[in-house]
Design a protein around this ligand. Structure first.
Ligand code: URA
Length: 242
């Protein structure tokens, strides 16, 4: 791979910017200054450093975002800001995209990545990846027998669709509102809102807190993101046999 391409891929700027960087003589390959942007390297073997700092080669990028309300899960929208606007300062932005979709008024865990294979597997029904949501609904849910839905799912009359089995844990109830955790394994549009609507409750607040083995970092305020650690990347990949 050309040295300039390598640095673009690793997020050091545009082609023009990294070419300038290389020509300025601050880039070393295996301890030797290389000022030729077309110089070829093997990213898996050669050691590249800039100003003495070694660059760890990353084939793909992985972030967790705590999606805030008011943002669309898409790369572009005419009317609303998108989750990718929150990443606009990342130089590799054009390679990144969100895995799956959260509604505009939903908060919580979104994985933003450049890894198409991971995205495909996490969203493919075959892998049955669990997605856990914290939900506040209006009214008291204590009279609902949720255990039956764990075995057989629920038929959504309006959508004419039978869901897959899902799990519910009731955290708190009162006559005004209830807090519950719902774990589903499918990614149908508005699925949580539609399930609760079938049960005659309106969703007042919705936040995704987990995808497979990956939990939303509680230190991330809505709108904040961080890179996944090596352990988290390995864990999420292992969950879909990658
Ligand atoms: N279910 C919903 O209704 N909305 C979401 O954003 C995610 C799951």
């Amino acid at each position: 791979m050309r040295l300039d391409r390598f640095l673009v891929n690793q997020g050091f700027g545009s082609r023009k910017e990294v070419q300038k960087l290389i020509k300025s003589g601050v880039v070393k390959v295996n301890e030797e200054v290389i000022d030729d942007p077309s110089y070829h390297i093997d990213p898996n073997k050669d050691i590249v450093n800039i100003d003495g700092e070694e660059i760890e080669y990353k084939e793909n990028f992985y972030f967790m975002l705590n999606k805030p309300k008011g943002y669309i899960t898409a790369a572009y929208d005419e009317k609303y800001p998108t989750v990718m606007d929150l990443f606009s300062s990342e130089p590799m932005i054009d390679k990144l995209f969100p895995i799956g979709r959260l509604d505009i008024d939903t908060e919580g865990l979104l994985i933003i990545t450049s890894d198409g294979q991971l995205a495909h597997r996490i969203t493919h029904p075959k892998w049955n990846i669990e997605k856990e949501y914290f939900v506040i609904v209006d009214g008291d849910v204590s009279d609902i027998d949720f255990s039956r839905y764990e075995k057989e799912g629920i038929y959504l009359k309006k959508e004419k669709y039978k869901t897959k089995p899902f799990k519910v844990e009731v955290l708190k109830t009162s006559p005004e509102e209830s807090e519950i955790l719902i774990t589903i394994t499918e990614g149908k549009y508005h699925i949580i809102k539609n399930i609760m609507s079938e049960l005659k409750h309106e969703v007042l607040y919705l936040k995704r807190v987990r995808i497979g083995p990956l939990r939303l970092d509680e230190d991330l305020a809505p709108g904040e993101y961080r890179e996944l650690t090596k352990e988290e990347i390995d864990m999420i990949k292992r969950s879909v046999k990658m």
